[in-house]
Design a protein around this ligand. Structure first.
Ligand SMILES: [Zn+2]
Length: 136
């Protein structure tokens, strides 16, 4: 897990760390585990593959919904998609950084689209406690 105290260091390296990249690095984002913790989801389930636990790590390493995006990423940075290995690869090479950022953009935008769809289907979701967290 990358802690938010490390983020300023990242910001110095790149002009900006995208919101979607930050979601994956911190685990605070459109993940069942996080949404459940802030009271916005009844379960920690992954809506994209049916797994019991949707987390940043699940999204990076396991979720079958992102197999083709993951294949591109693995071809660039290698098979170890644990967070420390991903961070190390990113810091070692700007091309790796871009590949990870691109994975996060593609995957998180689809996860967010799914979440918006669920909000439309159930407007009460939006108003649940802590719900503003993701609208920033
Ligand atoms: Zn999944």
């Amino acid at each position: 897990m990358v802690y938010s105290s490390q983020v300023p260091h990242w910001l110095k390296r790149e002009e900006r760390v995208s919101f979607r990249l930050t979601q994956v690095l911190t685990g605070h984002g459109c993940f069942g585990e996080y949404l459940n913790r802030i009271g916005r989801e009844a379960t920690t389930n992954c809506h994209h593959c049916g797994d019991d636990l949707d987390s940043a790590q699940h999204t990076l390493e396991e979720c079958s919904a992102w197999a083709s995006e993951r294949r591109v990423l693995v071809a660039k940075i290698g098979r170890d998609l644990s967070l420390p290995a991903v961070v190390k690869a990113m810091l070692a090479d700007t091309e790796n950084w871009r590949e990870v950022a691109s994975f996060c953009e593609t995957v998180m935008s689809q996860k967010e689209a799914g979440e918006r769809g669920r909000e439309r289907a159930d407007p009460a979701r939006r108003r649940r406690r802590g719900g503003n967290h993701l609208d920033a």
